[in-house]
Design a protein around this ligand. Sequence first.
Ligand SMILES: Cc1cc2nc3c(=O)[nH]c(=O)nc-3n(C[C@H](O)[C@H](O)[C@H](O)COP(=O)(O)OP(=O)(O)OC[C@H]3O[C@@H](n4cnc5c(N)ncnc54)[C@H](O)[C@@H]3O)c2cc1C
Length: 405
Amino acid sequence: MSTSRKIVIVGAGVAGAILARRLSALPGLSVTCLERVAPDDHSEAGTGLNVGPNAIKALRACDPSLADEVIRQSLPWARWRTSLADGTVLFDLPLARVADNAGIRIRIRWSELYRILRSGAGPAIRYGCEVTSIGPDPADALRTRVSWTENGMPHAIDGVDLLIGTDGRYSATRAAFSGLPEARHVGVAILRVLVQDRSNGLVDDYEQWFNRHHRLLAFRVPPDHIYIAGTYPIESGTAIPDEWKTPEGMRRAFLPEGREASPAVRWLVDAMCEQSAHAHWARMQESDVRFAEPVRQVLYLGDSAHGMAPTLGQGATQAMEDASCAAMLIEAAVRAGQNEVRQWLDSIEIARRERIRFAMELSVRATDTMLHGADPVAGAQWKTEAPFINDLTRLFRDVALGQPS
Ligand SMILES: Cc1cc2nc3c(=O)[nH]c(=O)nc-3n(C[C@H](O)[C@H](O)[C@H](O)COP(=O)(O)OP(=O)(O)OC[C@H]3O[C@@H](n4cnc5c(N)ncnc54)[C@H](O)[C@@H]3O)c2cc1C
């Protein structure tokens, strides 16, 4: 009997591209990774991304040369500084204190991360594939079937031994088997812009500035841009007011009243106002965790498995941890001749479930300073104390890559 396993990966984003590269290099697996966009399409270009040291640590363990390439093309993140909008520093944390790989937390332009990860996977990814249906294989209780169009032509694979949904927050894979999870809003709206760096060095490493409960966050990304994110408390279920999206609304939120703003904050607010028409607006939210279907051999990783509040920059970070973990566990099983897909799924879920619960809970807890009426001084204070520093150390150091079953 053949021990070859048919794997279909839906979506070559952060998690899918890492997996496609590793799994397609393994003997005994036939891997098809379907990505809807064209190879040079970076539809999310225009924003920034900071990836935690834990993602780099996990990727290094799984795929050292890919990790090196990501690091080479990005800027390091060495500090996390929090100040008031007038420049008064509230805390200034060297990441070396809480992370193993000090100085290699990275910032990267969104489109660059996709480009690097996808080019690492080479021909393992098929682009321009619009998935048209995902569902059970009618001839088999465990396996699945995927149909798609590519260059206008219909294609299908049935008898899929392992279907991996790495198709992001609005996962069609998850919707097909268990329905999309409901989003839980955490009470904060966020605006993001990417601007040309004309700050003359005012903005460089990761920094946050608070004006009451409004948080401005910025950092420099390659080649010469600055990523800016601003937050507003918002009640669940209410629409984002148009007034917030105007330059006047932005100045009211982020410039202190009756005090001079720091030069960096003045520059950032001016740059943000100039780009107000191009800002990306969203609500911070999270959703329930699901890694695998109980009967069908379907795995979810990254945003399709767990929507994450973005406060600690853990969305793409945990997608990288998930993918590194899954790739390493599947590889170990295949090399040991252990071809039971259900056991692969169980070992991935065991490795990741508690880790993700912890990252999600900490991300929501750290959002306190952005909620309505929050006091940024008190909010920064508890983040300098041992319990939070210990949690941050656990987040950045204790990557969960699991044990082969
Ligand atoms: C503006 C913004 C800023 C962010 N900043 C940060 C940050 O600083 N740090 C951080 O860690 N995280 C950040 N995140 C979150 C992070 O981007 C996500 O958590 C991460 O991209 C999830 O990775 P993923 O692999 O699960 O999905 P994605 O990266 O979303 O990839 C999903 C892929 O699936 C493809 N796809 C979807 N549906 C289909 C289909 N039906 N058929 C074929 N292909 C399909 C998509 O085209 C895409 O390529 C940010 C998110 C946003 C929106």
